[in-house]
Design a protein around this ligand. Structure first.
Ligand code: G3P
Length: 218
């Protein structure tokens, strides 16, 4: 499973990239707002050091508008993926972009059938939002399993990009189901390293090393 980072905070992306944890980046209008910087500058800067796909979201409500935006966004970096919302107009845009060889990511997916519609339009990725489904008492991971089953049954090459990930258990479940990608907030990526037994084990090793007078590294 690939790890994408779900943020527009360039410093956070740099830190995770240095740890080898950034196979790609996803952004959306809320994340750009949170980062508080110019949209174009931010995406251009990310694309100077991230080799993998960088999703940039369109804001237009018509297919024509989305296609116009896409023309601009693809000039911002080498590996720009055009993010489009799950609407009939969005699917028209995905069909056109796909015929031009431009990669797309269909976002705000909440049902398996929305994912199938997006795949049939030629989407490169579908982004089901698991955390937001959990928030309203539905099973976020349930739809990931259903989408996996449907895509496998019909041998659809659209990749399942699990989004709205809130914790490492979401990532574990996504990996067990066989999702292609999980896009993860920086804080959740850091949590993947942590276990209390790892921390206490390190402390014990250091203490025992002191007991045999080993010279401590700086
Ligand atoms: O990848 C989609 C993500 O940014 C939405 O996450 O936590 O706002 O539901 P969240």
């Amino acid at each position: 499973m690939q790890f994408f980072i779900d943020t527009a905070d360039v410093e956070e992306i740099r830190k995770a990239h240095a740890l080898g944890l950034v196979d790609g980046v996803t952004t959306n209008p809320s994340l750009i707002k949170k980062a508080g910087r110019d949209h174009e500058q931010t995406i251009r800067e990310i694309s100077t050091f991230v080799e993998g796909p960088i999703s940039v979201e369109t804001l237009s409500e018509t297919a024509e508008g989305m296609l116009e935006e896409a023309k601009t966004y693809v000039t911002w970096g080498q590996n720009i993926v055009i993010k489009v919302v799950m609407t009939p107009e969005g699917m028209k845009a995905v069909r056109a972009l796909s015929s031009q060889g431009i990669k797309t990511n269909v976002t705000l997916i909440f049902t398996p059938m929305q994912a199938l519609v997006a795949a049939k339009a030629g989407a490169t990725y579908v982004s089901p939002f698991v955390g937001r489904l959990d928030d309203i008492g539905q099973s976020g991971m349930g739809i990931i399993s259903d989408i996996r089953q449907i895509f496998d049954t019909y041998q659809l090459s659209t990749e399942i990009l699990v989004a709205s990930v809130r914790n490492p258990v979401h990532m574990l479940d996504a990996a067990l189901i066989g999702a292609d990608v999980a896009t993860v907030p920086p804080a959740t990526l850091v949590q993947l390293f942590k276990h209390p037994l790892t921390d206490s084990g390190i402390q014990t090793f250091l203490k025992d090393a002191q007991a045999w007078n080993r010279k401590q590294p700086a």
